[in-house]
Design a protein around this ligand. Structure first.
Ligand SMILES: C[S@@+](CC[C@H](N)C(=O)[O-])C[C@H]1O[C@@H](n2cnc3c(N)ncnc32)[C@H](O)[C@@H]1O
Length: 429
């Protein structure tokens, strides 16, 4: 099961919880286990951290493309699917001597098709690179090839509830990794607040955890189209998951909160939460993170994927000055959001610098007792915020190396100010 680098420990723990199996091997960016067909269904339905659930069908030594053709011809593909289903072959490699991975994929596809043609009276599967029924993966090292069939289909971060994205949505799997790394997933009664919630990913993932709603309950999987699929087993797995849900009772006061300076985002988040079945478990509001007071009395955890640089700019109070500069220096703004009331939704600071300084000051003054976790590619952020990071967890957002920094807010600013994090550079990682 592949996952984002940095998430392996949490995924191994999750796999053990879902399947009851203690024997889970960790690899870089993935875990491996021996499991049943039912385990594959359970993992697809319940894993929040895995990118996919792959079944390894063959592992062998190879030297060239002819070897790949021969090896792929030996796999009994006809156990898994019929020649009337479409396929796609993808190849990844680490230190492979082959010059073209596309050519390697072509050889494997030829082998699969030729095997079917020989066994099924000339009928062979079609290739569909966009919406294949069946995805086949090959992973090459210097001298070994592993062949997998993908039981998930679309990547598992696609939970089926997101229609409204916003500019820079966090992948659901990464939001879940943040919740796991912060420890909140183990204490889901604790208040949780995302003051830059965007389309609501962190809050929605959290609410589904609190309500015990399976992340895959709203989507379909590739295994449903495979020959070994038994619908009565799957129905029973789904039924069990459904009965385990703990929806909030009527009148329940949410302990999960999200807010964003862009009201459009708050609408997106609200609609996404409705589709995800957790609208009653979250309170979304508009508001500037630099001004909003704690959403509840007892302190809890803030989990933030803040506006950052290239993809999305800090807005609100911190951005007003810059926005005015930009407006006078450049042509009139085309973007509707810039013309929003108060003109504050898209204003920026160059690298978010002012925003983070002001955020730290606001938190120190008003959020005593809260812990804040920030996901950022800026390894020097604690220094910039003049806060001491009490934890730093490496995490990859796609190809971008990030850290989750934890800051514990103490009453009054003196302690936090003294503890400016001088060690940020050297201890990163
Ligand atoms: C990287 S995005 C967060 C994406 C979110 N995690 C998601 O999955 O959709 C950063 C968000 O911060 C918001 N933002 C920018 N400045 C803000 C401010 N001063 N107060 C609150 N939110 C702000 C932006 O509107 C944007 O939605």
């Amino acid at each position: 099961m592949p996952c984002a680098a940095g998430v392996e420990d949490y995924l191994a723990h999750e796999v053990t919880r879902i399947t009851g199996q203690a024997q889970v091997q960790k690899w870089r960016a993935g875990v491996l286990l021996q499991g049943s067909w039912r385990d594959a269904m359970l993992l697809n339905l319940h894993s929040r951290l895995a990118q996919r659930v792959l079944v390894q069908l063959f592992h062998a030594q190879y030297r060239n493309e002819q070897d790949l053709y021969r090896i792929a011809s030996e796999v009994a593909w006809e156990i898994w699917f019929t020649p009337r289903q479409s396929i796609k072959v993808e190849v990844t490699a680490q230190h492979s001597p082959l010059t073209s991975l596309n050519f390697a994929a072509l050889k494997i596809k030829d082998a699969v098709c030729d095997r079917f043609r020989a066994k099924a009276g000339g009928v062979r599967p079609d290739v569909d690179t966009q919406w294949p029924d069946i995805r086949i993966y090959a992973h090459l090292t210097t001298d070994t090839v592993a062949l997998y069939i993908d039981t998930s289909g679309e990547a598992l971060f696609k939970r089926g509830w997101r229609e409204d994205k916003g500019e820079a949505p966090l992948k659901e799997t990464l939001a879940a990794a943040m919740l796991a790394a912060s420890g909140w997933s183990d204490t889901p009664d604790m208040p949780l607040y995302d003051p830059c919630c965007g389309s609501g990913t962190i809050a929605i993932e959290a609410a589904q955890i609190a309500c015990n709603i399976a992340p895959g309950a709203m989507r379909r999987f590739a295994f449903e189209k495979m020959l070994p699929f038994q619908s009565h087993v799957w129905d029973a797995v789904l039924d069990e998951a459904h009965r385990a849900q703990r929806l909030p009772p009527p009148g329940h006061k949410p302990t999960i909160f999200g807010s964003d300076v862009a009201h459009r985002m708050v609408d997106f988040a609200q609609r996404n939460a409705e589709r995800a079945g957790v609208a009653d478990a979250i309170e979304f509001r508009g508001g500037d993170a630099l001004q909003r007071m704690p959403p509840c009395e007892s302190p809890g955890v803030m989990l933030v994927n803040p506006p950052y640089g290239q993809r999305i700019e800090a807005a609100g109070v911190a951005g007003v000055g810059h926005q005015q500069q930009r407006r006078s220096a450049a042509a009139p703004p085309q973007d509707d959001a810039l013309a929003s009331p108060g003109g504050r939704e898209q204003a920026q600071t160059d690298d978010g610098g002012d925003f983070f300084v002001q955020l730290a000051a606001h938190w120190k003054k008003n959020y005593a007792g809260w812990s804040a976790w920030l996901l950022t590619p800026d390894l020097k952020l604690p220094g910039k915020m003049r806060l001491k990071a009490t934890r730093r967890v490496p995490m990859w957002n796609g190809p971008i190396e990030c850290r989750m920094f934890r800051f514990d807010m103490v009453q009054g600013s003196a302690r936090a100010d003294k503890a400016v994090d001088k060690a940020t550079d050297s201890t990163a990682g």
